[in-house]
Design a protein around this ligand. Sequence first.
Ligand code: GLN
Length: 483
Amino acid sequence: MYSYKNISDYHQQLRNDEISCLEAVEYFLQKIKDNSNLNAFVEVYEDESRERAKFLDARRKSGATTGKLYGVIIALKDVICFQGHKLSAASKILNGFTSIYNSTAVENLLKEDAIIIGNCNCDEFAMGSTNENSFYGRVKNALDETKVSGGSSGGSAVAVQAGLCMASLGSDTGGSVRQPADFCGIVGMKPSYGTISRHGLIAYASSFDQIGIFANNVEDVSNILETISGPDKFDSTVKQQKTVNIIFNRPEEKVGFPKYKIALFKNAMTHESLDSEIKTEIYNLAESLRNDGNIIEEIDFDLIDFIVPAYYILTTAEASSNLSRYDGVRYGYHNSENETDLNTFYKKTRGLGFGKEVKKRIMLGTFVLSEGYYDAYFTKAQQVRKLLVSRTRDIFQKFDAILLPTAPSTAFDAGGMKKDSIAMYLADIYTVYANLAGIPGISLPLFKHSDNMPFGAQILTSKYNERTLLELSEMILKKYKRY
Ligand code: GLN
C-alpha cells in the first residue's frame, strides 16, 4: 500500500525516485476501482491521467523545473469546468454536456503540474446536504455505508476520505465543503468570497458560491489554495491583489504558536439542535485552548435563528435566476416529444430535466422575488445579511477567530432526512453564516462520537484572513486532535 504524509512528502519521494507519477496514478486508479461501490466518482479519466503522469515523469527526468503541485492527484466536483470533459452538476438537464473551456481553478492546477483524475458526484446543482439529490444516486460514507457522505460535495469528500486521490475541489455556497468534510473526518476549507475565481464554476447562488478544498491536512489545503487563488480577468468579484503570504510556513518552527483571541457564540453553543457530545467536545476544546494561554470568550450572537431563513431566501432567489438558462435549446437535455410550441417545450424539458429539490428551490426563489412578496422576503433577508456583515466586522475588531461546531450532528442515516427538508435546512445552522458574511471557514477533523462517526470543529476568521485561519487550524489539529 502506498503512503505519503502530505504533498511535500510525496515530492520528496519523487525526488528520491521512490515512486513515479505514473505509479502514483496507477495506485489511485486501482483504489477508485476497488471502492466503486461508494459512488464517489461520476467519471474517471484513466487513460488521460496515465498519459499526463508519463509526460510529467519524462519532464522531471529531463531536468525541467516542476510546478508547485507537480504530480499531485486531484479530483473535481461535477460543477467545475474542465475543457473537453463532461460536466453535468449531477443533473439530467446537463446530460451530454461537455465543458468548452477550463475554469480558472483548473487552469491554475494544470499550470502547476497537477494531475486531474476524475470528476465527483454531488447533489444536483450543489443543492443539498446529503448527496442524495443526485442524478447518479447517493454517495456512501466510507466509514459507515449506511450513513450519508454529507453534501453537496459528497463525492469529493469521500474521494479524499477513502484515499481515492490526494485532494479534491468542491464548492461551498452554504457549507457544502465544510459539512461533508465534518461527516467524513477530513479537512474541508471554504475561502473568503473573492479569493478563488468563480469563472467556470456552475452557478448556484452567485453572491455565495466559492470553490473549496478537501485534503487530509492543513498544509496541503494551503498549498492548493495558494495555487488556485488570485485575481482573474474573468471574475470581477475576485480580490484584485493576491493575498500575500498565504503560503503556510509551519509557524511552530519559528517562534512557537502565537496566542489567539477566539470568540465562541453562546447562542450557537446552547442551541437546542446541537448534539450534546458535540457541544461537550467543543467546550472541552475551548477549555484546552484557554489553558494553553489563548483567550476564549463566549459572546452573544442573537442573530443565530435568522441565518438559515436568510440563506434559503437569498440563495433560492439567486438560483431561480441562474438556473433559468437551462432551457434545453442550446445544450444539455431537451424533450421535444409531442412538441407543440416553445412554452410546452420549455415546460417539458425543465419539468423532466430538473430533480425535485432543484424544482422546489426554483419555485421558492421565484416566489420570494415576486411582486407583493419581494419586500417581505427578499429585501428583509438582504437586511439580515447586511446586519450580519456589520456584526461580523465588529467581532473581528476584537477577536482573531470564531470557534463553532461545523454541524449540529454527525452524518445522518441514509434516507433519514428525505421526508423532512426543513430539518435538513436547519442543520445548516453553523455553516451558512460564513457564506452570508463572505468570510473564510474550515472544518477540522478532531473528534469521534459514540456513534463511531467523526466530527470536527469549525474555525472562521475575518475576510481575506486565510493565513490566520490556516495557521490556527494547524495548531489546533497538531495539539488537540483526538480522533
Ligand atoms: N446544504 C446547503 C444547501 O443545501 C449547502 C449547499 C452548498 O453549499 N452548495 O443549500
